[in-house]
Design a protein around this ligand. Structure first.
Ligand code: COA
Length: 336
């Protein structure tokens, strides 16, 4: 069996900054409410003609450049997201020609906020098995076009933002587990009984003969619905559990980890996880203040920003844990 490592990273966010004060002009909310409940100060929104694969392209190109490889070396493309450019085919198929690639498999992973670690896990398994050698993993999301930005939808609308991140994963030579860059392990979970606690109902094949009609739009079924309190409580519980499990699987302790890169849903969730796990604040890296929740993009955006901030360095041992709609959750331990 082979090992995989992350050899390049990149991110991209659209230039338009939307502050909490900007949202105050659209709905009954306040900067203070949003900051106190979520830690979010601003997020990015795309221009109307920009697509999710446009964001993914920018992040992918940055990751390929950072890896220092020729794009022709990429033999598999995996795209994590919940915001498809079109119903079908998936975003990976639309991104592939934008990247000037053809022939290689183009796979979509739709595991919401857990999507990037699910995608990393699939890439790791492909590389471990020897099936592929150099995999581009992209997480990109557009939320701004699909939110109810009126007072009705404020509980969800203030939390989400647009953005993208990507990494290049490659077969690694690992001679010393304590030093060499590689993915130690990934752990994936789901509990579909809670699928409707955070979801978009329509359009969908479960909805009668036409997937979507005016009545469904009037009932706001095309906007996300979230049971915020239930999501919050489950997120804290599962992020803690998944982190512990990943450590245990590798016979590591919390002290062995240099950096914790958690999903960015709510600063208060991550603070509670850090408190519960007794992780010192400086070891947890958050980006939610600037970008909100970018679902599948939060982890690779976190990687890129942590490198820029000097918090993530070659040889750092990283623990990531994510939680999202589904419910799904996952964790990973990797040496950068
Ligand atoms: N601005 C101002 N007031 C708002 C608001 C907003 N954007 N959104 C909701 N409110 C109001 C509610 O209507 C409610 O008013 P009421 O008391 O008059 O009924 C009040 O604020 C409190 O709402 P509540 O839902 O109890 O707040 P909360 O403390 O649970 O925080 C969330 C709400 C959404 C921030 C919180 O539940 C959360 O973060 N959940 C998890 C979200 C998440 O992580 N989602 C993605 C998962 S991957």
């Amino acid at each position: 069996m082979f090992n995989s490592e992350i050899i390049g990273h990149g991110m991209y966010v659209p230039p338009r900054v939307v502050t909490n004060h900007d949202l105050e002009k659209l709905m009954e909310t306040s900067h203070d409410w949003i900051v106190q409940r979520s830690g979010i100060e601003e997020r990015r929104w795309v221009a109307p003609d920009v697509t999710t694969t446009d964001l993914g392209l920018e992040a992918a190109q940055a990751a390929i450049a950072n890896a220092g490889i020729e794009k022709s070396e990429i033999d598999c493309l995996i795209f994590a997201h919940i915001s498809p450019d079109h119903d079908f085919p998936g975003n990976a198929c639309f991104l592939q020609p934008k990247l000037g690639l053809t022939g290689i498999p183009a796979i979509d992973v739709r595991q919401q906020c857990s999507g990037f670690i699910y995608a990393m896990s699939i890439a790791d398994a492909f590389i471990k098995s020897g099936q592929y050698r150099t995999i581009l993993v992209v997480g990109a999301e557009i939320h701004s076009k699909g939110l109810d930005v009126t007072t009705r939808g404020r509980d969800v609308a203030v939390l989400f933002g647009d953005g993208a991140g990507a990494i290049v994963m490659r077969r690694a030579d690992v001679t010393d587990r304590r030093r060499d860059s590689h993915v130690f392990s990934t752990h994936l979970f789901a509990e579909g009984q809670n699928a409707k606690e955070l979801w978009i109902e329509a359009p969908g094949m479960a909805l009668g003969p036409s997937r979507m009609n005016h009545e469904m739009i009037d009932e706001l079924k095309h906007f996300p619905f979230m049971n915020g309190k239930k999501v919050f409580a489950n997120a804290v519980k599962r992020l803690c559990e998944a982190t512990h499990l990943a450590l245990k699987a590798n016979e590591l302790t919390l002290e062995d980890i240099d950096l914790f890169l958690f999903h960015q849903a709510n600063m208060r969730i991550n603070q509670m996880v850090a408190n519960e796990l007794k992780i010192p604040e400086e070891k947890v890296f958050n980006t939610i203040q600037k970008y909100g929740n970018t679902t599948a993009a939060t982890i690779p955006i976190g990687m890129a920003e942590a490198v820029k901030a000097g918090k993530l360095k070659k040889g750092s041992l990283v623990a990531s844990a994510v939680f999202g709609s589904g419910f799904t959750w996952a964790s990973a331990i990797y040496r950068w």
